[in-house]
Design a protein around this ligand. Structure first.
Ligand code: HEC
Ligand code: HEC
Length: 308
């Protein structure tokens, strides 16, 4: 008999390792198949993504765009004439989902998940080439259409020019620019009716007489996701952008004033949510088509946010 063998021969060790790895892969694949086949992940657009899923998807999307955006912008990208041409195209093709300073997205767009983001952060942080690529090719598995076969490159660059300009326009400046420009008429719209007139009609405040009572916190929590509040505000517990277009809403329940103009009391908050510009003229927060009940529920939720 030889001395006791301390370790099995190399080939045996390699084989054991290979079997262990294979078993691991089989388990992972079986787990994924189970998750898919049992319908575990909730695809309902009425429920937000899990925060890690949203972050991962958004990051992967941004990296994918960065890896592909290779076209250089034309020299006249920010020229007023190009920007104005882009503004008309934006009104016809983008406003419905992304809104504009003081203008909310259309009701259908509020229901999209992922949410059509507010474009101010992208306009500030993305290169012109990245914005161009995104508009031209769209983004799979989101509502973002690719415009390649529907808009010429030159027109897409004009939209890019406008998106960059829009990021620094106040609602009043945007409205003034729109008054100067020819309105983009949608072919399906009744003759004479313009897109902005139709939107204006819908944006009228729901009621003049408001009760002072608040609604349901739980409903408000769901509705704050449903009305795209998180595309402009960082809100505790609500999955969405991690940047600020409006003030963060953590601690809003404790603030002395709403939008710096009216005392933070329930009836003022409800009035503000129903029609922000009526309470804070010139504000960049648009009326989002809330019913009075929606506003009371959302206000109830906002008053639970007491720690900044
Ligand atoms: C049908 C709705 C819809 C329309 C119309 C639309 N978009 Fe989008 N857009 C989206 C959605 C949804 C996203 C994805 C947001 C995300 O990644 O979470 C998006 C993403 C983007 C992004 C990437 C920004 C970011 O930070 O993720 C840009 C830029 C953009 N859109 C610009 C435009 C422009 C310009 C137009 C008009 C030519 C347009 N979109 C038309 C829904 C729309
Ligand atoms: C397009 C971007 C945008 C969207 C969408 C939006 N807001 Fe705002 N919000 C703003 C801006 C900008 C302000 C700052 C207003 C000001 O000071 O004029 C603001 C202010 C507020 C304030 C006052 C905060 C303070 O400290 O004074 C509250 C509350 C608020 N928003 C709640 C909401 C809720 C709830 C929703 C969804 C129903 C929402 N917002 C959607 C941009 C937005």
């Amino acid at each position: 008999m030889n001395a006791p063998e301390a370790r099995p021969p190399l080939t045996v060790r390699v084989r054991t390792l290979a079997i262990a790895l294979l078993a691991l892969v089989v388990c992972v694949v079986a787990g994924l198949v189970l998750v898919v086949q049992l319908g575990v992940y909730d695809v309902a657009a009425t429920h937000q993504h899990l925060a890690p899923v949203y972050k991962l998807l958004h990051h992967a999307m941004a990296r994918s765009v960065q890896a592909r955006a290779d076209q250089a912008p034309p020299a006249d990208l920010d020229e007023p004439s190009r920007v104005e041409q882009g503004a008309v195209l934006y009104q016809g093709h983008c406003l419905q989902c992304h809104g504009a300073p003081g203008v909310p997205p259309e009701p259908f767009a509020l229901g999209l998940r992922p949410k059509p983001v507010n474009l101010v952060p992208a306009a500030r942080e993305w290169t012109a080439g990245e914005i161009f690529w995104t508009i031209k090719h769209g983004i799979k598995m989101t509502g973002m259409p690719g415009w390649k076969y529907r808009m010429a490159d030159a027109d897409i660059w004009s939209v890019v020019g406008f998106v960059r300009a829009m990021a620094v326009l106040s609602p009043n400046e945007y409205a003034a620019m729109m008054r100067r420009l020819p309105e983009h008429r949608h072919p399906m719209m009744a003759s004479g009716e313009t897109a902005s007139a139709a939107r204006q009609a819908r944006a009228e405040p729901a009621a003049a007489q408001l009760p002072t009572s608040l609604g349901s916190v739980a409903e408000g929590r769901l509705k704050i996701d449903a009305f795209l509040c998180a595309t402009c505000h960082v809100i505790p517990g609500v999955v969405g952008a991690g940047f600020h277009v409006g003030p963060p809403l953590a601690g809003v329940g404790q603030r002395a004033f709403i939008a710096g103009v009216v005392p933070n009391q329930p009836e003022n908050l409800v009035r503000f949510l129903l029609n922000p510009p009526a309470v804070a003229p010139g504000t960049a927060m648009p009326p989002l088509g809330l019913s009075e009940e929606d506003a009371r529920d959302i206000a109830a939720f906002l008053y639970t946010l007491r720690t900044p």
